[in-house]
Ligand binder design. Structure first.
Ligand code: G3P
Ligand code: CA
Length: 276
C-alpha cells in the first residue's frame, strides 16, 4: 500500500527574549538575560547604541532617564559614566513581584561585549542560543555602529557562515535599511532582519529592501494586515514578529505560520507553545 507523502514538519517557532526576560527583570540587564536563558529562550534580543567613547552598550532609549538613576543621552556619556549608574531599581517591584533586585554586575549597564561573552559561554555548553542585535539610530553615526559591531562579532568569531544545517548564532536587525545594507556588504553571512512599524507603499507586494533577508513586522501589522504576512511568505521571506506578549497574539502568529516571536515573556510563550 502506498502512502501520500506527508509535508515536511515545520521547525518550531523560535522564541526570542525581547531585551531579555524584560517583563520579569529590568530590560537589557544581565539579570534579564540570565532569566531568559533559564526560561529556555531560543534567542536573546538587544538594542545597541554607541557611547561618547565609542563603546556599544545595550540600551533602548536615546537617553538613560527611564531605565536608570541617571540622566542624559547615551551618546553624550562615556562608558565609565554609565557604569556608575543603576539600571535595575527603576523596575517597579509591584510590577514584577518575582524579581528580587540584585546588586552590582547584574543590574549595571550591559556592554555588547559582556552579552557576547554570555552567549559564547552558553553556546560552549552545546545549547545553540542565538542573539538578535538591533542597531539603534545608526544614521547618526555614519557607519560607526556597524563597524564596531562587526569588529566585536569578528573578535568573538560570531560573524562566520554557520555550518550546513545550523542557524547563524547572530542576526542583525534594524528599522534602517541603510544599516542592514552596510552589514550585508561587510558580512554577507550574517542574517539581517528589516523591522517594520507599518507597511510602506513601496514594499506592499512583500518585497524587502536590498540588504534585508528576513521580515520583522510589528504585531500591529500582523493584527491589522494578516494578508501582508502571507505576501511576505509568498515572496520567500521568513517572518520574525515583535513584540508578542498576549496569548491571542501568540495564537495569531502560530496560525499565520511565522518563524519567530520576539517577546518580553519567553516563559509564558514557551508554555503556550507546549515547550516547557
Ligand atoms: O525586536 C524588534 C523590536 O525590539 C523593535 O522595537 O522599540 O522595542 O526596539 P523596539
Ligand atoms: Ca529592539
Amino acid at each position: 500500500m502506498t502512502h501520500a507523502r506527508l509535508p515536511a514538519a515545520r521547525p518550531p517557532i523560535q522564541v526570542i527574549a525581547h531585551r531579555g526576560a524584560s517583563d520579569d527583570a529590568p530590560e537589557h540587564t544581565l539579570a534579564a538575560y540570565r532569566k531568559a536563558i533559564e526560561d529556555g529562550a531560543d534567542a536573546l534580543e538587544c538594542d545597541v547604541r554607541l557611547t561618547a567613547d565609542g563603546r556599544l552598550v545595550c540600551v533602548h532609549d536615546r537617553r538613560v532617564n527611564r531605565t536608570s538613576n541617571g540622566r542624559g543621552a547615551v551618546s553624550a556619556l562615556e562608558l565609565a559614566d554609565l557604569a556608575a549608574l543603576d539600571f535595575g531599581s527603576w523596575k517597579d517591584r509591584e510590577e514584577s513581584p518575582d524579581w528580587d533586585p540584585l546588586p552590582g554586575e547584574l543590574t549595571s549597564v550591559l556592554t555588547l561585549e559582556r552579552l557576547l561573552e554570555l552567549v559564547t559561554e552558553v553556546r560552549a555548553t552545546g545549547r545553540p542560543l542565538q542573539l538578535a542585535i538591533e542597531t539603534k539610530h545608526p544614521t547618526r553615526w555614519a557607519g560607526q555602529v556597524e563597524e564596531r559591531l562587526l569588529h566585536l562579532l569578528k573578535r568573538f568569531e560570531l560573524d562566520a557562515p554557520a555550518p550546513a544545517g545550523e542557524a547563524s548564532p547572530v542576526r542583525v536587525m534594524s528599522f534602517s535599511a541603510r544599516s542592514l545594507y552596510r552589514i550585508r556588504a561587510a558580512a554577507p553571512a550574517l542574517p539581517t532582519v528589516f523591522l517594520m512599524q507599518f507597511v510602506s507603499p513601496r514594499l506592499r507586494d512583500g518585497r524587502l529592501p536590498a540588504g534585508a533577508r528576513i521580515a520583522g513586522p510589528g504585531m500591529r501589522i500582523v493584527r491589522n494586515h494578516p494578508g501582508h504576512i502571507e505576501r511576505l511568505h509568498r515572496a520567500g521571506h521568513r517572518v520574525h514578529v515583535w513584540t508578542v506578549n498576549e496569548p491571542e497574539d501568540v495564537e495569531l502568529c502560530v496560525r499565520l505560520g511565522v518563524e519567530a516571536i520576539i517577546t518580553n515573556r519567553p516563559k509564558q510563550v514557551l508554555a503556550q507553545l507546549g515547550r516547557s
